[in-house]
Each structure stands twice: as C-alpha cells, then as structure tokens.
Design a protein around this ligand. Structure first.
Ligand SMILES: CC(=O)SCCNC(=O)CCNC(=O)[C@H](O)C(C)(C)COP(=O)(O)OP(=O)(O)OC[C@H]1O[C@@H](n2cnc3c(N)ncnc32)[C@H](O)[C@@H]1OP(=O)(O)O
Ligand SMILES: O=C([O-])CC(=O)C(=O)O
Length: 376
C-alpha cells in the first residue's frame, strides 16, 4: 500500500468552497459567513435557502419574490404521482425519493442545460416539489389520501398540512424549521461530495441530487437519524440507557448519532437542535426522550469521549412531531437539497473532472492461458 493513501479522504482538502465553513477548532459553522446558530434563531428556512444559493439574505422584496416562486411550483405532475404510486410501499422512502427526483429530471425539457440560471431554477423547483413528494409518500404508506399543497401557507406550515392535514403548534413548527436550517449545508460531506463528483462529469443536476440521495441514505451519514430513534425505542426506559450503551461498546458496535469525521469535540449544530427538541418535548409530553438523550450522551462521553452529532437530537425530535421513522432521512433531503444544488452550481463554475488515483493491490500482471475451457 502507498503511504500517501488517506482512507476515506480523511483530512484531504480537495477544493475550495464559498458556501459554508466548518471550523472544528472553534466549533463553528457558517453559511456564507453567518453563524448557523444566529440564522436558526432569527431566520426562516426560506431566507436561509436564499442565502445558500444567492450568497445574501433576501430583503423583503426579494423574499416575497422567492417565496412566491416556491409556492407556485409545489405541485408535481400526475405522471410523477403515478410513478410514486407504483413504487412498492414497503421500500425505503429514500428509494422512492431517489426515483421521484429522476422523474423530475426526465420531465424537464431543460434537464441538460447546465447554465447557472437554468440550474438555479431547477434547484428552486426541487426545493418546492420535494416536500410534496415526501408528504404524498408519508400519507400513502398510512393508507391516506393525498393532500395537495396549499399556496396560502408558508413552506413549513404547508408541509405539515400536506402530511397531517393540520398545522401544529408554534413550538413544533419552529423545531422543524430549525432542523431544516441546521441540516441545509455542511461543506464537503459524503452526499455533497457525491453530488459534486456527478456534476464534475457535466451530467445534469437531477442526476447529481439523485446520487446524493443514495449517499445520504446510509446509516453512517443521514440514515443515522432513523437509527437513533430505533435505538431509543429499543432501549425503551431511560434508566436502561447507560447499560445498553456500554454493552454495545463492549461488543465493539457503533452507536448511531455519535461521532463525526470533522468535529472531534462537538457538533456545532447540536446545542441549537437539542434546545429546540427539549422545548418541543416539554410542550408535547416527550420528557422521556429528553431523559434518554441525556443518559446516552453522558454515558458515551464518559466511556469514549464521543459527542452526539446533529442526527442525535433530530431523530427523537421528528418522532415527537409524529413522523414515521423511515421518513426521517427524507426530511433531511428536503433541507440538504439546498446545499447539494448550491455545490453543483459552484462545481460547474470552475469545473475539473473529479477523478482521483488508486494504488493497485491485486495480482501481478500475468498471461491469459492459451486455450479457453470448452463449454459442454
Ligand atoms: C449528519 C451526519 O451525517 S453526522 C454522522 C452521522 N453518522 C453517525 O452517527 C454514525 C455513527 N458514527 C460513526 O460511524 C463515525 O463517528 C463517523 C463515520 C460519523 C465518523 O467517523 P470517522 O471519522 O470515520 O472515524 P471512525 O469511524 O474511524 O472512528 C474512530 C474511532 O471512534 C470510534 N467511533 C466513532 N464513532 C463511533 C460511534 N458512533 N460509536 C462507537 N464508536 C465510535 C470508532 O470505533 C473508532 O474507534 P477505534 O479507534 O477504537 O477503532
Ligand atoms: O459533514 C459530515 O461529514 C456529515 C454531516 O454532519 C452533514 O453532512 O451534515
């Protein structure tokens, strides 16, 4: 093996980005220069999406235009609904979402137009339509009729309306909105890098997002928010959390929702998400999950010095909001599609085909035998 190899590209800087900065030494994350905690405390998800794509927070006129465009594009075609309805409802919702984004691409006559303006329009369209797809899938799996989007409601309110037929209380809405803001962008994480690799071949933005969805599905990345809630339900009683965790560590198993490739002290987003989850849990009778969270967090810190990542508070928060566990990673997609598409546009603005080298570790070169076996 070549000594220069960095497995998993750990610690390797592969390009520049002006979209976000993760600084583990100061435990900070900024989008276009703004600390994410300040954005989560004061801004809507639509404003943050505008910031990620266009580099600035919108003024009131720009925001109105942006939200008008979002509201006008929420509906998906009958053909996409038809495809969704034909996908088996026992598959993972991320499989369906991947398929739905492929459909959006196949239906777009400008699919192969990679100009920044065209890709920006496609990014806005995906941002508007993915909640409609996810809500439809959520309801069909429960055997319920589809609720079409309501252009009179904001992004978050409309999503709850399409899923549950009602808009929840403000703490719940705010907690959801904070999760969307915190999940939106995180530099060269695995799914974003995947999107950039696809974009670097000059393929289309829908292909890049489809591939990114595949990368996010895995439990070492976005799929961890589902695994966290399954773990908490399996433990059941907060008093058993410490023993359960120590047993898993003794068995050399990974405990989902802990650790991070870049942050080694703590994930900069967790305190904000934990506070929103705790506030919502107090209002919705979810105190048991707050206690479970605290016991697991303390046990992991003591045993391995590992901190929770964003998926740890997001999992139980989505559970308390009433979403089924397999829908948690699609909720992450609803947010991260902003970051992915911004990175596709950035990659294309100064493109270089992403094609690293490998060190060969197979058999020495040899000769093909002179005579092939005769098939009988
Ligand atoms: C939004 C997001 O995508 S955040 C990430 C979500 N993913 C998860 O929560 C999955 C669980 N966590 C993990 O698997 C890891 O922490 C990762 C993959 C996120 C990052 O890890 P890496 O930087 O690749 O480190 P790696 O997996 O090599 O772990 C380093 C050491 O910490 C241990 N470790 C890291 N995370 C965990 C964990 N969650 N549980 C138990 N041990 C862990 C490893 O076993 C390893 O220990 P060792 O040196 O004794 O063998
Ligand atoms: O940055 C990473 O490796 C994973 C992560 O936290 C994210 O994508 O939000």
């Amino acid at each position: 093996m070549n000594a220069d190899i960095r497995k998993g590209l750990a610690g390797v800087v592969v390009d520049t980005t002006a979209i976000s900065e993760v600084v583990p030494e100061t435990n900070s994350l900024t989008y276009r220069g703004y600390p994410v905690q300040q954005l989560a405390a004061t801004r809507s998800f639509e404003e943050v999406a505008h910031l990620i794509w266009y580099g600035e927070l919108p003024d009131p006129i720009a925001l109105r235009r942006f939200t008008d465009r979002e509201r006008a594009q929420r509906e998906v075609t009958r053909s996409t609904i038809g495809v969704i309805d034909r996908v088996p409802d026992n598959c993972h919702p991320m499989d369906l979402l991947r398929t739905a984004v492929s459909c959006l691409g196949a239906e777009d006559p400008a699919e192969d137009d990679n100009s920044p303006v065209a890709n920006q329009a496609k990014a806005e369209a995906m941002f508007a339509k993915l909640p409609t797809v996810i809500a439809h899938d959520h309801r069909r799996r429960r055997g319920l009729d589809r609720i079409p989007p309501d252009a009179g409601l904001g992004f978050t309110e409309n999503f709850f309306h399409m899923c549950f037929g009602e808009v929840p209380e403000p703490e719940v809405l705010r907690c959801f909105e904070i999760s969307m803001i915190l999940y939106a962008e995180h530099s060269f994480n695995a799914s974003t890098f995947t999107a950039r690799v696809v974009a670097s071949t000059l393929s289309d933005i829908y292909s890049a997002v489809t591939a990114a969805i595949g990368a996010l599905k895995g439990p070492l990345h976005g799929g961890a928010n589902e695994a966290v809630m399954r773990m908490m339900l399996e433990i059941g009683d907060p008093a058993l959390a410490r023993r359960w965790l120590l047993d898993r560590l003794a068995a050399k198993e990974k405990v989902m929702g802990f650790g991070h490739r870049v942050y080694k002290d703590a994930d900069s987003r967790v305190p904000t998400m934990k506070a929103a989850f705790t506030a919502m849990a107090e209002r919705t009778g979810g105190g048991k999950w707050v206690e479970m969270y605290a016991n697991l967090e303390a046990a992991m810190l003591e045993a391995k010095g590992l901190h929770p990542n964003l998926d740890f508070p997001a999992g139980p928060a989505y559970y308390l909001m009433g979403f089924d566990i397999p829908m948690f990673t699609p909720l992450f997609v609803m947010s991260r599609v902003t970051g992915w598409s911004a990175h596709v546009i950035e990659q294309l603005a100064a493109n270089a085909l992403i094609r690293p080298l490998s060190a060969y570790s197979g058999l020495e070169q040899r000769q093909v035998p002179a005579s092939a076996p005769v098939l009988t």
